[in-house]
Design a binder for this molecule. Sequence first.
Ligand code: NAD
Length: 375
Amino acid sequence: MREGTLHIGPSAVPYRYGAHCLPELCEAIAQLRPASAVLALDAAVQSHAEPLLEQLRQHMPVHPFVIDPHENHKRLSLVESLMDHAVAVGADRTSVVLAMGGGLVGNTAGLAAALLYRGVRLVHLPTTPVAAFDAVFSLKQGVNLGAGKNLSGAYLAPSLIACDLSWLATIPRPALLTGIAEMAKNVLAVLPDWESDFTDALAELEFRPLEAFDSLFALGLHAKAPLLATDPHERHGALVFEYGHTVGHALEAASNGAMGHGEAVAWGMLAAAEVSAQLGHLADADLAGHYRLLAHLDLPPARIALGRFDRGALADRLAIDNKRGHLPSAPGSNPMVLLRRLGEPVRGQDGRPLIPVPAEMALDAFEKVAATEVM
Ligand SMILES: NC(=O)c1ccc[n+]([C@@H]2O[C@H](COP(=O)([O-])OP(=O)(O)OC[C@H]3O[C@@H](n4cnc5c(N)ncnc54)[C@H](O)[C@@H]3O)[C@@H](O)[C@H]2O)c1
């Protein structure tokens, strides 16, 4: 089992990752000595939760709250329902909120933990690659508003991140692969030297999934830890993790939840790479490197996946992107993470990895991606 401490600014966050390690994970939760636990539970992982509940209940009362994880449900109303449930079952300030599921459950339960009694402890029990290797390494807890993705939230350090990698084995292969797009982002935007570790892990996924998950965990932690240590609120250097998320978030929101986060980010990275190349920052070889790497994710044909998106709807979503305000950007322009080469973002005058890009240019780049086959 891998155990250690992730430093996010001044917060020291313990983590435990392993395969078939439920007793160790339950012991780590029990050591927090909560009066009780409220388990925000992704409906798809109830079978994984049963043995967890059985073991945890030897240490504390545990009250499940099942969440149907649709992106349209990731709203303040769901956070409120979870908090109402917590109060109704007797949770007090010493209770913990356990978030077992994908990034959606993690973000929702994370915000509930930040708000309940002005903050109770949060334990992440991630069950998807997006959650286990990316989203949980963050203080950002938040949900969508009707106006757009992740527009309301708070910062809260988890008290523990605990993952039995065998939980991830029940994810269907297409969702598994696209969910790994955030790891491709880490290779493209932060750690290009890890490309072969990444592709080796993908090759292992089918036959030795637990070993593959372990490698992807190492990649996620290695990419995020150094930047989060000095930029806990992800407002400076760690903004590089927003690579692909400008067009990606617009796609995810415009699809009304039909396109998963990972797939949307994959297309968003190709659009960001096209913009980077068009502005003369990124060499053709590195642009081609994007298409080559993302081809490993078996994305659906671009013309099918992207053909149904309306330019006007995407423009509306770009206009409310949650990175607005990081930079003084002219109307009709979006702060975007661009690359000057693999692993190296273009930095603006303030040193941050954000460059204002006219929305029309981002949309043109998206249309170019939609007309290109990812092979
Ligand atoms: N820093 C951050 O906070 C951060 C980073 C990345 C993504 N996110 C957020 O995370 C969300 C995306 O997370 P996600 O990709 O995990 O999606 P998700 O949470 O929506 O889960 C995707 C699907 O997988 C199912 N599922 C979960 N675990 C499973 C398992 N073990 N077996 C079978 N099915 C399983 C879920 O029921 C759901 O249908 C988005 O809302 C995104 O905004 C947040």
